[in-house]
Design a protein around this ligand. Sequence first.
Ligand code: NAD
Length: 446
Amino acid sequence: MTDIPFGDKDSCLEGIAAAEKGFMVWRNVNPFDRALILKRAAALMHERLDEYAKITVLESGKPLTEAIGEWKVAANFFEWYAEEGKRNYGRVIPASRNNKRMSVIQQPMGVVGAITAWNFPAYNPARCWAAALGAGCSVVAKPSELTPLTAMLIAGCLHDAGIPDGVMNLITGDPAVIGQVMLQSPSVRKISFTGSTRVGKILMDGASVTHTRLSLELGGSAPVLVFPDVDVDQIAAESVTAKLRNAGQVCIAPQRYIVHEEIAERFLQAVKKKMQSIISGNGLDPKTEMGPLIREVQRENIDRIVKNSLAAGAEVQFGGHKGPGSKGFFFEPTLLRINQADNPCFQQEIFGPVMPVITFHTLEEGLMLANQTPYGLASYVFTNDLKTSVHASEKLEFGMVGINEWYPQAYEAPFGGWKQSGLGYECGPEGLTEYTEKKLISIGGV
Ligand code: NAD
């Protein structure tokens, strides 16, 4: 058991005041010297990985192998943005008049508020902190109240790596109060938010008054189009592994399986077989393949979605209940077959180990079903046909399309949602630019 401080309005204001001072220092540190500190922090994360990953398991419930992988990626974010900060290039614009010279520079925005979700307690904060710090901003971070320890460990590594005082600040406490303080403060130039579309909209409302810049990484409902030319058994087995990662609590989790009718029966049988073999349990047990959900409310949400889906005509092919076991908020790996795209499990973000399957006949019909959602984060296509993969990837209305892969993201590539899944980008060069302002410098009378 560990006690965590519960910050209030004043502690957030204190953090912002410290970050203002920190920014004055950090903006003047040469990007090559900033990189040394960020890389030292990354090295410390790698060194302390085994101990830290266990703490992440204890606070989130995910299996240890997933926590280890997540910490490696978190460290890599700091490594990558340490280097990318050195490439914060501007540009020279050939002017239309001979006596004029124009250039554009990109400067760090200032104090950044970073509000992040619990589902990836290391990845989510690292993704935004590393980019903001690499760009030369200072940070006031509010990790999820459900997983504050992991974020504290990352902040500790930055501290031990020698980041100057006030550059990296972390506050835990009442989310709504802290969010409002960040929005109201003229010093907080940007809020980077990772979380639900619901809270994203609250921040957008607030920012419409205060004009705070926002990056929003929100919910998703990823379609998975499976065409008949694939190895059905293999893709079905991989589908289960991908679906059950972090017990389905993943923003880019494959959610709506849209399977060609020719292979649907075989696909469902192979999914069932794989689901039967899944071992749920304590994340620290090496045999565990799926951990519990983060908390009871989450499990109740999933239970409600499943019940509503059944009432609307879905058919359970596997699972469908809470459990197994009485300790931990487990939900069985669940396979649902549906006939109508207006079924609740096809309409709402599930964020749990539930896999709805619907069938399609033509490419156009499959794409229509895939795009029939207010979300636009990730999408997946499985086919060996080049033409199908090109047409599908161009017509899907999502920020990321995985063709024959389950992990269409990387710290070096832009990550962002279309439609109600987000605003702006994290990761890649785009992620760094999000924390900079562009400035035109125009010299006349030359
Ligand atoms: P959430 O929106 O409830 O909480 C996210 C963060 O916002 C937490 O730190 C929380 O304390 C804070 N928060 C809550 N209410 C707030 C308020 N009124 N003002 C300011 N901050 C507030 O989301 P969650 O349930 O923690 O996370 C799950 C959601 O996050 C899912 O929808 C998932 O898809 C999404 N998510 C998206 C990404 C992405 O990159 N697109 C990544 C991870 C999670």
